[in-house]
Design a protein around this ligand. Structure first.
Ligand code: NAP
Length: 267
């Protein structure tokens, strides 16, 4: 899957859809909003930092005045609020065609070193809240009998990860398996023809989350390029994709199958 550039993105305008993105106040979520708007989609955007969402909405509408953008405050760890906000967005637009479960947290520490709070917060945000978002999304899609669920997992889901990544990686496997389980359930069923599920496994893409990541130069994609790869995979409604494909698709095979002794030398 070749990443597409901004010019190519503007040339191909698919039929307009309404897309809900959680964690849209920064990083990949905000850039997905920009790129989806440029490709002719209306947007339902949520996160806790609403001032960021208001700025993003103003920026998108200045560039694409014909688009509709609605924003709402949402803390995804507040279960009730997840259902309320998703239902309210659906009421705004009548139909939500695509829901991107993107909100996530990269906090963590080696297990047993006194930082249970940080690991718990990551688990609640990346897994339990992903479950709440998936439940709320699927309620809407089952009622509409159509929709596209996109789960933003991570390349770290390919293998158990050490130290500060241990809990994060485990949450991203869990989130990916929620989506995979749904795809399994829908497979061969009438609803499976109109409800689609995509799991994205991003490698390093520049964002606030990995500001502190050392050795950025080696594999870090720019936000624009990395997200263009995500948007391309989403629009193709692929079952899953490592994004950007290079180097991450071939690396995923190594990460899954290499003996630990080899893996530890690589990462
Ligand atoms: N960037 C990468 O290299 C990379 C690689 C693999 C996977 N990912 C995944 O991509 C997704 C986006 O991350 P990012 O890189 O764009 O990081 P980011 O810039 O830190 O953005 C994270 C987003 O999640 C939102 N969020 C965090 N906790 C939340 C909560 N409790 N309720 C609602 N929203 C919450 C934040 O919004 P507020 O703080 O305003 O609420 C923010 O918009 C995450 O799921 C991450 O795990 C990223």
């Amino acid at each position: 899957m070749a990443p597409i550039g901004p010019t190519a993105a503007c040339e191909r305008l698919p039929a307009m859809t309404t897309i809900l993105i959680t964690g849209a106040s920064s990083g990949l979520g905000a850039e997905m909003a920009r790129q989806f708007a440029a490709r002719g989609n209306d947007l339902a955007l949520c996160a806790r930092r609403t001032e960021r969402l208001d700025e993003l909405k103003a920026e998108i509408l200045a560039a694409h005045p014909e688009r509709r953008v609605e924003v709402r405050a949402l803390d995804v760890t507040d279960d009730d609020q997840v259902f309320e906000v998703f239902r309210a967005f659906r009421a705004d637009f009548d139909t939500l065609d695509r829901i991107v479960v993107n909100a996530g947290l990269g906090k963590g520490a080696p297990l047993g070193t006194g930082h249970f709070d940080a690991n718990r917060q990551t688990a609640m945000t990346n897994f339990v809240a992903a479950l709440a978002q998936t439940e709320a999304a699927m309620e809407i899609f089952r009622d509409q009998r159509a929709g596209h669920l996109v789960m933003v997992s991570s390349m770290s889901a390919m293998r158990g990860m050490p130290k500060s990544l241990t809990t994060y990686a485990a949450t991203k496997v869990g989130a990916a398996y929620l989506a995979e389980g749904l795809r399994n359930e829908l497979y061969g069923k009438p609803l499976g023809k109109t409800v689609k599920v995509t799991v994205l496994y991003p490698g390093y893409i520049a964002s606030e989350m990995n500001d502190q990541v050392k050795d950025k130069a080696s594999f870090m994609a720019s936000t624009e390029k990395g997200v263009a790869s995500m948007v391309s995979a989403i629009e193709k409604e692929v079952a899953d994709a490592c994004v950007p494909a290079l180097p991450w698709a071939p690396l995923s095979v190594v990460m899954k199958h290499a003996p630990l002794a080899v893996l530890k030398r690589l990462m």
